[in-house]
Design a protein around this ligand. Structure first.
Ligand code: CP
Ligand code: NVA
Length: 300
């Protein structure tokens, strides 16, 4: 079975460091591998996207390959035919499969039956490329530290779980400020807590989460596929808005992160998003670089 990225814990801490090293060299232009030369990549999107679609398509081209965009509605994975049949068929045509969908189990099933690497471009459970890219962005902006203090305020969603997955592998002091019934996946949380080098805190007090933090991160209150819960989530998460009074309790050199797309004025204020501590567009740029490194690493 080839290596795939279904979630961050598919890699070891050492492999993640190797991907960051590769990313740095590829971003600077020191090396420009073409592992996808003469190959195509299926990019399956069952949900909407701006960053993931464009950064993968550009990245695939820069690695020498040809991206093929397919909508979820067109292939109807698991409905028109089994995920395992689709995995085996696609493996006869393409050198890698990138998928954004709802169920994590569909991504794992594809990886089980495909003979080419699978890269998860977001599921309801996790968004691994985003958080690998975000950690890389952090290292570009912050002084080197044994264990960064990362505060996440808002809904305990696929971004939160991906941070927890990373914290289960590398030392992170990860604080989640969220409402009682918006906690992230319990199993992923327990796994993160079992890493003795990380610290995990879940609190209903956003200021406790952000105290002296190096990073304050937020994401939309209602994720894709959950937009029917928008009003309910908004009322529960109002007090977790990333605004200037929350930023005041963080380290004075703290950076502000958001995976985007943002709902300005909801989970993050305009002032903070456009303020001097915000690195949100660097994060978006680094999606391109980290995904190129991930694909090159999986194909080596
Ligand atoms: N951050 C992110 O994945 O953005 P898109 O949903 O636009 O791809
Ligand atoms: N949590 C968000 C992330 C978007 C990149 C969602 O799943 O919609």
């Amino acid at each position: 079975m080839p290596r795939s990225l279904c979630q961050i814990t598919d890699f070891t801490a050492k492999e993640i460091q190797e991907i960051f090293d590769l990313c740095k060299k590829m971003k600077s232009g020191e090396i420009a591998p073409k592992p996808l030369a003469d190959k195509s990549v299926a990019c399956i999107f069952a949900k909407e996207s701006l960053r993931t679609r464009i950064s993968f398509e550009v990245g695939i081209s820069e690695l020498g390959g040809t991206p093929i965009y397919v909508t979820g509605g067109e292939i109807k994975l698991g409905q028109r035919e089994t995920v395992s049949d689709a995995a085996q068929v696609l493996s006869r045509y393409v050198g890698l499969i990138m998928i954004r969908t709802f169920e994590q189990s569909d991504v794992e099933e594809l990886a089980k039956y495909a003979s080419v690497p699978i890269v998860n471009g977001l599921t309801d459970l996790v968004h691994p490329c985003q958080i690998l890219g975000d950690y890389f962005t952090m290292t570009e902006h912050l002084e080197k530290k044994e264990r960064y203090k990362v505060a996440y305020v808002g809904d305990g969603n696929n971004i939160t779980t991906s941070w927890l997955n990373l914290a289960s592998l590398i030392p992170i002091d990860f604080r989640i400020g969220t409402a009682e019934d918006c906690h992230p996946d319990a199993e992923i949380m327990e796994k993160a807590k079992s890493n003795p080098n990380s610290k995990i805190l879940v609190t209903s007090d956003p200021k406790e989460a952000c105290a002296d933090a190096d990073v304050i991160y937020t994401d939309v209150w209602a994720s894709m596929g959950q937009k029917h819960l928008k009003e309910e989530k908004e009322s529960k998460l109002q007090k977790y808005q990333l605004n200037s009074s929350l930023l005041e309790v963080a380290n004075s050199k703290a950076i502000v992160m958001h995976c985007l797309p943002a709902e300005r004025g909801k989970e993050i204020t305009e002032e903070v998003m456009d303020g001097p501590q915000s690195v949100v567009f660097d994060e978006a740029e680094n999606r391109l670089h980290i995904q190129k490194a991930i694909m090159a690493y999986l194909l080596q």
